[in-house]
Write a protein that binds this ligand. Structure first.
Ligand code: TGC
Ligand code: FAD
Length: 393
């Protein structure tokens, strides 16, 4: 009979998910984890409070190979999807704003150029973006078209061989610090994508202030007024909404992992706090109601991380459909937010201050629930997948 090799489960990796990773994956995870511990965690509460994201971080993330990490060539490391996911998890354990920066740069702007761009666009932008020398943003959402981008009003018309671009994009991450904006617009051939250098005449941005979520992230409005672009600015092949939606799959995938990083940070903070905080003569961890909260967090954190790993392995095997990504995004953001809310309650009054990471993560996750397809949109994508009936309109 085989000898049992059980060991006592650890509170921090209960299901020994670490054992499911290979050496390279662990190395990448540990490298990003130590960057977050040394560079992000000591500063993030202040950046969040002040509503800033230091631009210098772009090069630091580039030096670590975290920008366009899973893309091939053009100075990108070409890692596996799982390795990229692990990096997202560690970045978001620091702050969703940091993961968002890397997601928008690598999975939206760089992916769009890599997947849909011409050789000239790729050579012009990707090496600089991978290094963090150039910053990108991705303009899909408009003031009147969020969940339903098909109705967008931004438009581009031909003028000789040039294009003239007009319109407004709203809620654009990295918009105010971007060197290049990937902008989606209506044309007489349907929706097309454009690589827009942000220093051209007619292009301007306004940052969205007073956010109470993702404060360590730049979110902007893009205004394009008769921007003249050369013929080479348009993505040659992308036509219709599948152009931008193909890019969203990549960023949504990163969120599946990232949210488990934010959830882990909240769980660890609440666990530690509950063992040290005493009420009624004993640690609050000794109360059954607190233990139930902690155990519910433990269950969803481990299930969500396994789900991320499963979808990551499918992605590496090229078997992950967009609906699988919706499944992961819907579940993991929702559970991460619940974990954050439970953690916040365990911290009592201390849970509402920036002295602890929990309310920062909780507030950030409210944006993550909304962007990259709201929970309702992903519910309807899954509803259609299992019933065959679209219920969007
Ligand atoms: P629908 O008719 O379903 O599809 C139009 C065309 O697109 C194709 N398609 C996809 N292709 C690739 N990946 C996907 N996930 C795709 N989903 C659909 C589809 O096959 C079709 O192709 P074709 O060849 O027939 O033309 O389109 P619809 O207008 O009914 O819309 C469907 C819906 C509602 C699911 C879609 O509009 C949607 O996902 N809405 C949500 C919008 C959204 O997620 N916006 C995110 C903006 S970016 C952002 O938030 C960045 S946050 C910062 C950060 O990431 O950190
Ligand atoms: P709406 O679409 O107006 O939705 C409002 C509510 O109605 C939601 O609950 C929604 O689920 C619900 N709803 C809408 N349609 C339906 C339906 N058919 N059935 C049921 N319920 C429905 N966009 C970009 O393009 N690039 C970016 O970089 C970017 N970064 C962002 C950063 C932040 C911090 C935030 C908050 C948003 C960002 N966005 C970005 C925009 C984001 O993608 C949109 O906010 C999102 O797609 C939802 O659009 P909306 O806010 O207009 O909400």
């Amino acid at each position: 009979m085989a000898k049992e090799k059980t060991k006592k489960p650890s509170a921090l990796d209960f299901l020994d998910i670490d054992a499911l990773l290979n050496e390279e994956e662990r190395l990448i995870r540990d490298t990003v984890r130590s960057f977050v511990r040394n560079r992000i965690l000591p500063n993030i509460a202040e950046w969040f409070e002040e509503g800033v994201l230091p631009k210098a971080l772009a090069r630091e993330l580039g030096d670590l190979g975290l920008l366009g990490m899973h893309l091939q060539g053009y100075g990108c490391p070409g890692t596996s999807a799982v390795a990229y996911g692990l990096a997202c998890m560690e970045l978001e354990a620091g702050d969703s704003g940091i993961r968002s920066f890397a997601s928008v740069q690598g999975s939206l702007a760089m992916f769009a150029i890599h997947h849909w761009g011409s050789d000239e666009q790729r050579n012009t932008w990707l090496p600089r973006m991978a290094a963090g020398d150039a910053i990108g943003c991705f303009g899909l959402t408009e003031p009147d078209f969020g969940s339903n981008p098909s109705g967008m009003r931004a438009n581009a018309r031909r003028d000789g061989s040039d294009w003239i671009l007009n319109g407004t994009k709203m809620w654009i991450t990295n918009g105010g610090i971007a060197d290049v904006a990937v902008v989606w617009a209506q044309t007489d051939e349907g929706i097309r994508g454009f690589c827009v250098p942000t220093n051209i005449k007619g292009f301007s941005t306004t940052n969205i202030e007073k956010k109470l979520s993702l404060r360590a992230s730049v979110t902007s409005e893009l205004i394009m007024h008769d921007c003249r672009l050369p013929a080479g600015a348009v993505f040659p092949e992308a036509r219709g909404l599948k152009g931008p939606l193909a890019c969203l799959n990549e960023a949504r995938y990163g969120i599946i992992w990232g949210t488990m990083g934010a959830a882990r940070a909240c769980y660890e903070s609440a666990l530690e706090y509950s063992k040290n905080r005493e009420q009624f003569g004993k640690p609050i961890a000794a109360f059954q109601l607190t233990q139930e909260k902690l155990v519910n967090m433990l269950l969803e954190l481990n299930k969500g991380t396994l789900l991320a790993l499963h979808i990551g392995r499918m992605k590496d095997a090229h078997t992950a459909a967009p609906e699988h990504v919706s499944f992961g995004k819907l579940n993991n953001v929702r559970e991460a937010l619940q974990i954050a809310r439970d953690a916040r309650s365990i911290l009592g009054a201390n849970g509402v201050t920036l002295e602890y990471p929990v309310i920062r993560h909780m507030n950030n996750l409210e944006s993550v629930l909304t962007y990259e397809g709201t929970s309702e949109v992903h519910t309807l994508i899954l509803g259609e997948a299992i019933t065959g009936i679209p219920a969007f309109s």
